[in-house]
Design a protein around this ligand. Structure first.
Ligand SMILES: Cc1cc2nc3c(=O)[nH]c(=O)nc-3n(C[C@H](O)[C@H](O)[C@H](O)COP(=O)(O)OP(=O)(O)OC[C@H]3O[C@@H](n4cnc5c(N)ncnc54)[C@H](O)[C@@H]3O)c2cc1C
Length: 423
């Protein structure tokens, strides 16, 4: 997107003021690009994807054109080479305009971020790293040249997506690749992604499956044996189209591996902030709910009579509560994403859980307050608040860091030192 494009529309103010938060030039530019495309295109389409529970295909075409599909593809491979923090703030800006687009875009971007900058921080024998770099370049080329979309169906309905058990979707080595069998639930982008980046266990006869052997493999959506089943009619995040995927003896070439065996396990253990990437969508929704409320109480929502409601002390109190919760979430989240990296301290991991929890819970609470503060008309389907409210409800349900799991871990880590028991 050129500077002239950016000048064409007036953009909302950044969620994170570049001067105040001392953002890099790249972070500022990516944020501006996201706001521009979000305001001019995504905002007006969002209610249709929500009503139809249909996938935002047009938005993906626009993001490809704007270079955003390759945001975390390393520069040497032709992408934007955005850091973890730069991506997180850009994703929050997209979330302001269409939650379903931001959340599904996250699944796509992680296929690049985790295989790119994050994996570069991890240990790998030189020969394995060389093969990994060759393979990931193939995935990146598909994204940059063809606009290919990747998803991340990990959930199976058991304990695996929470990191508490090995995945039951199995990969068995055969000549030239793997045979994949299993089922993934809540598979966002099902029927719309070109590649499903699944986590599965390497099945070896006579051996017990182990989380250490987890494989991360891109299954071409059109491969024989892949089917999308079941309905999709949820409360919120309806445009994510998170149906069920079935894999029946699907042959996948070994070149489709997104990470070598064992590297996903290493990433999850050593780079835990990787799981925070589900949160920016919900920070963006919180900002959108706050912005709408201010506009509504000032009588400035386009298409509505210019009735002001800002003079009532109860309205001012409601907005003040929302403002506090938004600032709390922003400050904690910004600190956590700034210190993300390999081998964080115990305190840093606890801060990441606290930030993730705060964003997910505050987002829904801010939307709830927005509806109460704006009043009856604000829950009409013709206005976006009720969609923000429904979408924001989904954040704290998402594994592996649901609100309950974050609380559980923070509580335990606060009270027990590593290795300590009550025996
Ligand atoms: C809109 C949307 C889109 C999604 N998209 C994707 C996607 O693209 N890919 C994907 O892989 N998944 C996706 N998910 C699924 C999501 O990450 C979770 O897997 C899913 O919400 C879990 O639902 P469940 O009822 O099976 O959870 P369960 O595993 O049955 O857990 C129920 C609750 O129990 C608690 N719990 C579970 N395990 C533990 C534990 N070990 N310790 C303490 N408490 C625990 C948690 O609070 C959890 O919320 C999506 C979910 C939503 C809502």
């Amino acid at each position: 997107m050129t500077e002239a494009d950016l000048d064409l529309i007036a953009t909302d103010r950044p969620i994170f003021d570049p001067m105040a938060f001392r953002l890099t030039e790249q972070e500022e530019e990516l944020g501006a690009r996201a706001r521009c495309i979000g305001m001019s295109k995504f905002a007006q389409r969002a209610s249709r994807f929500d009503a139809e529970a249909s996938f935002p295909t047009e938005n993906y075409r626009d993001m490809h054109e704007a270079g955003l599909l390759g945001i975390c593809v390393p520069r040497e491979d032709g992408g934007e080479g955005a850091s973890f923090r730069a991506y997180m703030m850009t994703a929050a800006e997209i979330g302001r305009y269409c939650g379903a687009t931001a959340l599904t875009w996250n699944m796509h971007v992680c296929s690049c971020l985790w295989t790119g900058a994050l994996t570069d921080d991890l240990d790998m024998p030189a020969i394995e790293r060389e093969a990994h770099r060759r393979r990931r370049s193939m995935h990146y080329r598909r994204i940059l040249e063809d606009g290919a979309i990747y998803s991340q169906p990990f959930s199976e309905g058991g304990a695996a997506a929470a990191g508490a058990a090995p995945f039951s979707t199995s990969a068995t080595r055969v000549d030239g690749g793997f045979l994949i069998s299993g089922k993934k639930i809540f598979a966002s982008l099902s029927g719309h992604a070109d590649y499903y980046g699944i986590l599965c266990g390497e099945f070896r006869p006579g051996e017990r499956p182990s989380r250490r052997d987890t494989l991360y493999i891109a299954v071409p959506a059109r491969a024989e044996g892949v089917t999308v089943v079941g309905p999709w009619d949820p409360l919120g995040m309806r445009g994510t189209v998170s149906r069920t995927l079935i894999f029946e003896d699907v042959f996948v070439s070994e070149e489709e591996a997104l990470m070598p065996r064992g590297v996903y396990y290493q990433a999850a253990s050593r780079w835990p902030h990787m799981f925070m990437t589900l949160s920016p969508t919900y920070l963006g929704i919180a900002q959108a709910a706050y912005d709408f409320t201010v506009q509504y109480l000032r009588g400035e929502v386009p298409g509505l009579p210019p009735v002001k409601r800002r003079m009532y002390p109860t309205k001012q109190l409601g907005v003040a509560q929302m403002h506090l919760m938004l600032e709390q979430a922003k400050a904690l989240w910004f600190q956590a994403i700034t210190e993300a990296g390999p081998d964080p301290s115990r305190e840093q991991i606890m801060r990441a859980w606290a930030a993730h929890y705060t964003v997910m819970e505050n987002s829904n609470e801010i939307c709830q307050l927005a509806i109460r503060t704006c009043g009856g008309q604000s829950m009409l389907k013709s206005l976006p608040l009720e969609r923000f409210y429904r979408d924001s409800r989904c954040g704290s349900l998402m594994l592996p860091w649901t609100a309950e799991i974050c609380l559980d871990r923070i509580g335990r880590e606060s009270l027990y030192l590593p290795g300590e028991t009550d025996d």
